[in-house]
Design a protein around this ligand. Structure first.
Ligand SMILES: Cc1cc2nc3c(=O)[nH]c(=O)nc-3n(C[C@H](O)[C@H](O)[C@H](O)COP(=O)(O)OP(=O)(O)OC[C@H]3O[C@@H](n4cnc5c(N)ncnc54)[C@H](O)[C@@H]3O)c2cc1C
Length: 330
């Protein structure tokens, strides 16, 4: 089967849904192809047998979620503040300490008043020194063009773990960075899986100090993809297609051809690939001789543009959790 539209969008997570919404609003005919039997990707809610909504993926927002907050307003959804008060439990090397939460993340040790944790002073000093070194690096990163950061190439070849080891051998000192990688607003990846430039970039774009977990969507963030699909389908019934895993994208002078695993072929002037870098590796890009890979300037998704200029050298590098992927991989 062959379908011709203005643009094919691959992946119905938040990025693909928002890209489709923008295109449709600009008067373009869009086909949004999703591999799974549901939309939302990593933003999904479920309901317990007692009727409570539980978000299973993306859910918290804060100051740096400006575009997401604007989208919620458009969709007439509201937020509730996250609970953050009182005392927390800090467990380190088998020792458990109950201590007050700090008001200011930037001067805390993982949300705690550092001095309240009873840690050895030399270890605490090394931890604060490494946090300052990381903050200095974050301040040097250009959020819009991280590859323009001084020594960008070198920093993008150095893992978070290797960079931290260059500064200190004290395990406690590395804990805040490890947390940012695995759990915090930058995550989830292991400290040896991403470059220090990538981690610094995530913090330049959405600093943990700005409280990216400040609020939740009332009724669950999983409503967002559902409402976006409803609006897309209202504008163009059949626009969103599930169980359509894209396997190949090829390009010629007319535009792009997008093939799915069940043998369907969609033709369009352009395709937007809005899937995480790891999953993008499963798509074969064929005959892109006069096309190029590029990135949405908003950093929302990876795009493949038809009939554009020659492919740039940096676009041919493998996609991984590196900063020029400009995609958060949690
Ligand atoms: C547990 C968890 C908690 C999180 N918490 C937060 C949070 O509190 N705040 C926050 O800001 N972010 C959070 N995130 C991150 C946030 O959820 C993601 O950044 C965001 O949802 C990613 O959206 P996306 O559209 O870019 O990618 P995805 O949601 O991954 O969407 C990609 C879509 O593409 C589809 N796809 C993949 N390959 C193909 C193919 N070949 N053909 C067709 N379709 C394909 C996938 O099935 C998927 O639906 C969290 C993530 C997780 C996992």
């Amino acid at each position: 089967m062959l379908t011709a539209v203005d643009a094919v969008v691959v992946g119905a997570g938040l990025s693909g849904l928002v890209a489709s919404r923008r295109l449709q609003r600009a008067g373009q005919r869009v086909r949004l192809l999703e591999a799974r039997s549901r939309v939302g990707g990593r933003m999904v809610s479920t309901t317990t047998p007692h009727g409570a909504v539980v978000d299973l993926g993306g859910q918290w927002g804060g100051l740096s979620h400006r575009r997401f907050a604007a989208l919620l307003e458009e969709l007439a959804l509201t937020t509730v503040p996250s609970h953050y008060a009182g005392q927390g439990v800090f467990v380190w090397q088998g020792r458990r300490v109950v201590a007050p939460l700090a008001g200011d993340f930037a001067h805390s040790l993982l949300f705690f008043e550092p001095e309240a944790l009873g840690l050895p002073s030399d270890q605490l000093a090394a931890t604060q020194q490494l946090q300052r070194a990381f903050a200095d690096l974050v301040a040097r990163v250009n959020p819009a063009q991280p590859w323009q950061t001084p020594n960008a190439e070198q920093l993008d070849r150095l893992s978070v773990a290797a960079w931290a080891r260059q500064h200190t051998a004290i395990p406690l000192a590395r804990l805040p960075l490890d947390w940012l990688c695995r759990v915090g607003g930058s995550g989830g990846f292991e400290p040896w899986e991403a470059s220090i430039l990538h981690l610094a970039w995530t913090q330049a774009v959405a600093p943990q100090a700005e409280g990216p977990e400040a609020w939740l969507v009332r009724g669950g963030a999983g409503q967002v993809p559902q409402l976006l699909v409803e609006a897309l389908e209202a504008g163009d019934p059949g626009c969103v297609q599930l169980r359509q895993a894209v396997v190949t994208i090829s390009q010629d002078a007319e535009g792009v051809s997008v093939a799915t695993a069940d043998g369907r072929l969609h033709q369009a002037k352009a395709a937007i690939v809005a899937v995480p870098p790891q999953l993008r590796l499963a798509i074969r890009f064929a005959a892109l001789a006069d096309g190029r890979h590029d990135q949405d300037p908003d950093g929302l998704c990876t795009t493949l543009l038809a009939r554009a200029g020659p492919q740039r050298a940096r676009d041919r590098r493998p996609a991984r959790a590196r900063t020029d992927g400009r995609q958060r991989s949690s």
